[in-house]
Design a binder for this molecule. Sequence first.
Ligand code: IPD
Ligand code: CA
Ligand code: CA
Length: 262
Amino acid sequence: MADWTKIDETVKRWIQEAGANIRASFAGSLSIQAKSNPNDLVTNVDEETERFFIERIRTEFPGHRILGEEGQGDDIKSLDGVIWIIDPIDGTMNFVHQQRNFALSIGIYENGIGQLGYIYDVVHDELYHAQKGLGAWMNDTPLKKLDPVPVEKAVIGISATWLVDNRHFDQNKLVQLAKDVRGTRSYGSAALELAYVASGRLSAYITMRNAPWDFAGGKMIVEEAGGIVSTLSGGEINMLTVNPVFASAPGLHDDILKKYLN
Ligand code: IPD
Ligand code: CA
Ligand code: CA
């Protein structure tokens, strides 16, 4: 059986080291490339950070497999065994344009069950993390269990992309939700938005399209903080595919599903 507490100590050490490398990169020049479209960016720092973890995991935990956004890990087709799901920089557009509002995200799953989750806000040195059954923390401070939030007091994370005509969802349902909540915010990093749900800075986060590396760390942390993460119809998230993601404080999750998303 894996010693999750020991693995947790190792991951935290690596995250600090990788974070220092990312901060140091601000002083140099970036090599920026487009992937699937001109706004889907990747930099040398995304690739180097992913490689940093892959090299260490291969040496320290040779039996573990790796699903990394930049494709340098394994070809993962099943959730068997221990899988590290890594987004080396979530919010690359922010990293390139703002040098803030991005995060390093890691979820470690065993046979599809989240065991450890990390979201590191590199610029603010805020590490959100969770261990299955033990709770969630921001740095050394335990996150309070999330309380139910009524719709009219909710501040939700949602991108304007989903409030205009789009091919994924009837935006009118979300427009009504946006009118009824206290406020909406969009940070441009799914991982950070999930960390904010876990820590109560946001009451919910809604998106139509997130890949496993966007939500693997955050799902674990939100759930350990007492929140709920599902698809937009309330179903289970598939850890191997792109999903619509709805993460929320308890109570609010049910209210939004029933009143807005059905
Ligand atoms: C993206 C960010 C963004 C979300 C996209 C993701 P990346 O990740 O999380 O907020 O809306 O769906 O792809 O490409 O910056 O790692
Ligand atoms: Ca991402
Ligand atoms: Ca990324």
